[in-house]
Design a protein around this ligand. Structure first.
Ligand code: PXP
Length: 385
């Protein structure tokens, strides 16, 4: 279930926040299990729709079409919005297109809920009250997810030579300056990339939030209790794996994980559990007392066919919704890159993404030209030409 969005505009092909806002509005209106069709179009097109269906002249900002009540369809109705009018209205009100479009979606939704404002004064008052209620509920929700960057692989390059550069702490400062919402590091038992010193220095340096990924071992719990990251994400760890291969099997290890969660809570550290998108794992995660889960997005990221990716996407969206209903905060990560992240960002319940390898990989490439030019200027200095 959710919102199906169609775009018909020469300048706008998609806007990420619209997907998220539409899903949130559906949820806040109490119709999470229904479908909403949202059509974002031009003035010219909406004028035609206005004429054909309502017998009115000219363009307008929003038109709603409710699904007749007796139909068994899961479709709640259609909302048509003119992006041209929304854009003009945003300018006039000195607000952003995002705010204006969100207000229009809410207006359309209130109509779909059966309210009207064109009858008596009383009806108008009730309509506006409902509209305000939804706006208030929505502003309490986050529309944009946070992005936390994992800098492990900056340390991987450093460890390749066993020297001091590149320093993941310096990288973390640049990540923050670029606007990321947090820094993530995984302190592995074998210390293959991040070192104890990195975690300690990051704690003293970064201004956003520090997420420490770790195995639920006694050694790691002691380190976390001393360093005091903002949150710990418990992950499974196998020495021979190249990267974290699967989610924590919380369903089988419930007793041990519950103890680890309790010890971290004693040290005042909130806990997230890295789990596969499976109902049994999510329900077990809730029982451990953890306040958050991070959904393992590996299967989605590695899907080869479009059908497989669709299937994995639906599974993640469904599990994110289940976790949020259980009162868990939902994060997601693993294998996300410049091709597959935007689609997941439309899942309203996911409030934080943890992305590492693809960002560090791109940083190496986009920084290459400058790095070579700087070295060239040094090497060529020695030449008399
Ligand atoms: N989340 C967790 C729990 C992880 O273990 C990792 C990999 O270190 C990530 C997110 C980030 O994955 P990637 O490096 O593929 O973006």
């Amino acid at each position: 279930m959710g919102a199906e969005i169609k775009w018909n505009h020469p300048r706008y092909k998609s806007l990420l926040f619209v997907d998220r806002a539409a899903q949130l509005i559906l949820k806040l209106a109490g119709h999470k299990d229904k479908e909403l069709s949202l059509y974002l179009t031009t003035d010219q097109d909406i004028a035609q729709i206005n004429q054909q269906w309502l017998g009115r002249q000219g363009p307008t900002n929003v038109i709603s079409f409710s699904q007749p009540e007796h139909t068994a369809s899961r479709l709640l109705g259609d909302i048509v919005i003119s992006l041209d009018t929304a854009e003009r209205e945003a300018k006039l009100a000195q607000t952003t297109l995002q705010n204006r479009l969100t207000a229009l979606m809410i207006h359309g939704m209130v109509h779909l809920l059966g309210y009207d404002h064109e009858g008596s004064d009383g009806e108008q008052i009730v309509f506006e009250k409902k509209e305000k209620e939804l706006i208030k509920a929505l502003t309490g929700e986050k529309i944009m997810a946070d992005l936390c960057i994992n800098v492990d692989h900056v340390a991987t390059v450093r460890q390749a030579r066993g020297g001091v550069e590149p320093d993941p702490v310096a990288a973390a400062v640049l990540v923050e300056l670029a606007g990321a919402d947090g820094i993530v590091v995984h302190l592995r038992e074998d210390r293959r990339h991040i070192q104890d010193r990195d975690v300690e220095l990051l704690r003293q340096t970064i201004q956003t939030r520090l997420t420490l990924e770790m195995a639920a071992t006694d050694e790691m719990i002691k380190i976390a209790s001393k360093v005091q990251p903002d949150i710990v994400t418990l992950v499974p760890e196998k020495r021979e794996e190249l990267t974290t291969e699967g989610g924590l099997d919380v369903a089988s290890l419930e007793k041990e994980i519950t103890k680890a969660v309790a010890r971290l809570h004693e040290a005042s550290i909130p806990v997230s559990l890295f789990v596969d998108p499976e109902p049994g794992q999510i329900e077990a995660a809730k029982r451990t007392g953890a306040e958050c889960i991070e959904i393992h997005t590996g299967r989605y990221a590695e899907a080869i066919s479009a059908e497989e990716q669709d299937r994995e996407f639906d599974q993640i969206a469904e599990m994110a919704s289940l976790a949020a209903d259980l009162g868990l905060r939902v994060h997601a990560g693993h294998g996300l890159n410049y091709q597959n992240s935007a689609r997941l960002a439309s899942v309203a319940e996911i409030v934080e993404f943890s992305i590492g390898h693809s960002v560090v990989s791109r940083a190496v490439l986009v920084g290459m030209e400058r790095a070579v030019k700087e070295m060239l200027s040094l090497v060529k200095k020695g030449r008399i030409v």
